[in-house]
Design a protein around this ligand. Structure first.
Ligand SMILES: Cc1ncc(COP(=O)(O)O)c(C=O)c1O
Length: 417
């Protein structure tokens, strides 16, 4: 006889709290970071202006990605904003993006008074469906932001082919996909520009932080670095401000931690992948569908996501999640939540600049009703997906424990349960 669910008073399958990206149990922060920080503190220079850690971190990141230059910034949102500032769209221009991503992907679009246009996702991978992207293109479309969601490479070849046909700029949002690859090509190097986040939960962390990489060709008349530095061409000497741009500098303290973390990154990513692969193997025969990873690509497991089949469950997905939590699983329903990005007030209710409703109300903007099911595949995915926090801190036994917890709950709530 199977034991009662923990939510009903039984013993949880996972005996101890799982390692977590929220604290030292699931983060590899230690002597190397402290040593880097000590150097910065004793130098007395906490700004890139006078210290060397920011430049060193950027050079190390550029070398890892095999690109000429990398610009460090204060967050992943700042990285994406820097990328859009580089493109410099006109107010009312459209930018296509996925509804399954963090709000940090849409905020830069809104900040530039460009209109976010949501394309639907592939039901198995939950990344942008190239056919839906193409359907959404109009004469106002300037760019596509491709989020490599859950750490899995999106279909960049198909998207780049569409972008080439319509002359669009492609921004890769790699906030969840550090070191993910598609036939050996790193995510962030396949589009026009790649953006990364080092926020607490990411594959490596500086608390908050980000990076932008690009092959700069001057086609938009702006230098990438100036887009995160008040439009200031510091390399020319003196003070000048060529265009409107924020100050998104990373501090030397963040860069110091970043340098130490970057050296550990391949090992940390490898451990995430290894435990995820163990879980996938252990879930064989359990009635869940792990998020698909496209053939010949290597995902790096920001979350481990799996899909439930509500038609084969006797209770709502939210109840399954409560029961999983009681068994010791660290997760939640749907990304960014049980609703897609466009259903949050900032977009759905146009909560932007004063009462203007810009950019949604600009004459050029199409009249989307974000209360509608604009992207039905994404809506369903948000309701049916369980996202579990993943970390390099998992040991050999954790994937088996997690699988056993999922199997117990799904069996109890399945139609045969
Ligand atoms: C896919 C995606 N895009 C953008 C962001 C924004 O990054 P940040 O939180 O560092 O601003 C995140 C972070 O949560 C993310 O997961």
């Amino acid at each position: 006889m199977t034991s009662p669910l923990a939510i009903d008073g039984g013993s949880p399958v996972i005996p101890e709290r799982l390692p977590s990206i929220r604290d030292a149990s699931g983060r590899s922060l230690g002597a190397e970071e402290l040593e880097q920080l000590r150097e910065v503190i004793t130098s007395g220079s906490l700004s890139f202006l006078y210290g060397r850690k920011t430049a060193e971190f950027e050079a190390a990141f550029a070398a890892l990605y095999g690109v000429e230059s990398a610009v460090s910034v204060s967050s992943g949102t700042a990285a994406l904003h820097t990328a859009l500032l580089y493109l410099n769209p006109e107010p009312g221009d459209e930018v296509i993006l996925s509804p399954i991503t963090d709000m940090g992907t849409a905020i830069p679009v809104l900040s530039q008074l460009a209109v976010p246009v949501f394309a639907d996702v592939d039901p198995r991978t939950q990344s942008l469906d190239p056919a839906s992207v193409e359907e959404r293109i109009t004469e106002r479309t300037r760019a596509i932001i491709v989020t490599h969601i859950y750490g899995n490479p999106a279909d960049m070849d198909a998207i780049m082919a569409i972008a080439a046909r319509y002359g669009l700029f492609v921004i890769e949002d790699c906030a969840q996909a550090l070191l993910a690859t598609d036939r050996g090509r790193l995510c962030g190097t396949m589009g026009d520009i790649g953006c990364f986040s080092f926020q607490q939960s990411k594959h490596m962390t500086t608390g908050d932080g980000g990076m932008v990489i690009a092959r700069e060709d001057g086609r938009f008349g702006r230098a990438l670095r100036q887009c995160a530095d008040k439009g200031w061409p510091r390399d020319k000497g003196g003070r000048d401000h060529l265009f409107l741009a924020p100050n998104y500098h990373m501090t030397e303290l963040q860069a110091a931690v970043g340098l130490a973390q970057l050296r550990k990154l391949p090992g940390m990513v490898e451990r995430r992948i290894r435990s995820a692969e163990r879980l996938t193997a252990a879930l064989a025969g359990v009635d869940v569908e792990p998020i698909a990873i496209r053939a010949e690509t290597q995902g790096t497991f920001f979350f481990y996501g799996f899909r439930l089949a509500p038609e084969r469950l006797r209770v709502p997905v939210t109840q399954v999640m409560k029961a999983l939590t009681a068994e010791g699983i660290d997760g939640f329903v749907g990304y960014p939540g049980p609703i897609p990005l466009y259903k949050y007030p900032v977009i759905r209710e146009h909560k932007t600049f004063g009462t203007s409703g810009w950019p949604f109300t600009l004459a050029a903007a199409r009249n989307w009703n974000y209360a509608d099911e604009i992207c039905p595949v994404a809506e369903k995915a948000c309701r049916e997906t369980v996202c579990m926090w993943w970390t390099e801190g998992f040991g050999d036994d954790h994937p088996g424990e997690i699988a056993a917890a999922i199997a117990k709950v799904v069996a109890a709530y399945g139609q045969q349960g």
